[in-house]
Design a protein around this ligand. Structure first.
Ligand SMILES: [Cu+2]
Length: 375
């Protein structure tokens, strides 16, 4: 059983955020995302799938399920390779929707719904002018229909109407990627907030002709919220609670699906001298004031705009709900940098922190004084 950052450990989160606690120390270690256990056979199905409803206020939390929870956090380095084609093509994208019991934190689980088994779902990469054949399969053990609305689509519903897919069925539709950019995709089956907040979102990159400038590493980070039927940090099994979503009061604000997903072994890793690019999106409902403590974005493709010159020298970029941005930075100084939503209570109390661990020689001409925290 993997150990994850305990969501209950507010002190640990604060200590981690301040650089006071090494990820390898007790209580904060995370295991690698590469050791995902097999998907649980059981799904948190409602008794009847005919007229499922969001959980009501005050719903009683069920006991922790008897199946091993799965790791749902998408790896931050799970970025498809740049496209080398010099002309448009027809490409097929296969996605499967699943309903799983996923690890939320140490001793707690959540009824996640996913594209491809991870939160966010797999990053999709196509080229402008490509015709995309989107095939959506809904797992046979799903209790709900699912669908996909890609913001990269020009067409009604972004594909949602064409992709409503019952459990055990599949659908397909085609679209031409007319506009380059980095776009959110999400489930659009009623009740849509429930599907989205349960983890059904991801990003699709539509590369411009000639691609983006080469960088040394690319990363995939998507912020979202969890609105659960228990207090943040409570042990046991959690499910979606609609009232908290309606009132925009999440228990967790997270990168890549759960608190601690991008800490420890899940951290972004890079080396001094490298230039990195982060595709950062918001799959949830709260805009993110995305900031990396200790770094300055050398370039930001604001709101994911590709085609105009990126802005330069940005401290914090606002990523809207249902939107995304591309940030780039050269790494000059080794150490641990913190990815945060600079709405800081989300960092200290709700989980919105990830690590960027940079290895390499010290650069005392740029920074000296040792590793510290804050900024
Ligand atoms: Cu769905």
């Amino acid at each position: 059983m993997r150990t994850v950052l305990a969501a209950t450990a507010t002190f640990s989160l604060i200590a981690v955020a301040l650089g006071l606690l090494a990820a390898s120390q007790g209580g904060t270690a995370t295991s690698g995302p590469g050791t995902r256990p097999p998907a649980a056979a059981a799904s948190p199905s409602p008794a009847s799938s005919a007229t499922p409803r969001p959980a009501a206020t005050g719903a009683t939390r069920p006991a922790a399920p008897a199946v091993a929870p799965v790791e749902i956090a998408a790896r931050p380095d799970a970025v498809p390779a740049p496209i080398r084609r010099s002309s448009a093509a027809t490409v097929t994208v296969d996605l499967e929707t699943t309903e799983v019991i996923g690890t939320l934190a140490d001793g707690s689980t959540y009824a996640y719904w996913t594209f491809g088994g991870t939160v966010p779902g797999p990053m999709i990469r196509v080229r402008v002018g490509d015709t995309v054949e989107l095939k959506l399969k809904n797992a046979p053990n799903s209790a709900w229909p699912h669908s996909i609305d890609l913001h990269a689509v020009t067409g009604p519903g972004g594909g949602a109407g064409a992709s409503q897919t019952a459990p055990g069925k599949d659908t397909a539709f085609r679209f031409k990627a007319l506009n380059p950019g980095i776009y959110v995709y999400h489930c659009a089956t009623a009740p849509i907030p429930m599907h989205v907040a349960s983890g059904m979102y991801g990003l699709i990159l539509v590369e411009p002709e000639g691609g983006l400038p080469a960088v040394d590493r690319e990363f995939y980070v998507v912020q979202g919220e969890l609105y659960t039927n228990a207090a943040a940090g409570a042990k046991g099994h959690h499910t979606y609670l609609n009232d908290k979503a309606v009132n925009e009061r999440p228990d967790y604000v997270v990168f890549n699906g759960r608190p601690g997903a991008l800490t420890g072994e899940g951290a972004l890793k890079a080396k001094v001298g490298e230039t990195i690019r982060i595709y950062v999106g918001v799959g949830g409902f709260l805009p993110s004031s995305f900031h990396v403590i200790g770094e300055i974005f050398d370039r930001v493709y604001v709101e994911g705009s590709i085609g105009s010159e990126p802005l330069r020298n940005i401290q914090t970029t606002l990523v809207p709900a249902g939107g995304a941005a591309i940030v780039e930075m050269k790494l000059e100084v080794p150490g641990r940098y913190l990815l945060v939503d600079h709405v800081l209570p989300r960092v200290f109390d709700k989980g919105a922190v990830g690590f960027l661990d940079v290895e390499g020689p010290e650069a005392p001409d740029v920074f000296s004084g040792g590793a510290g925290g804050g900024h």
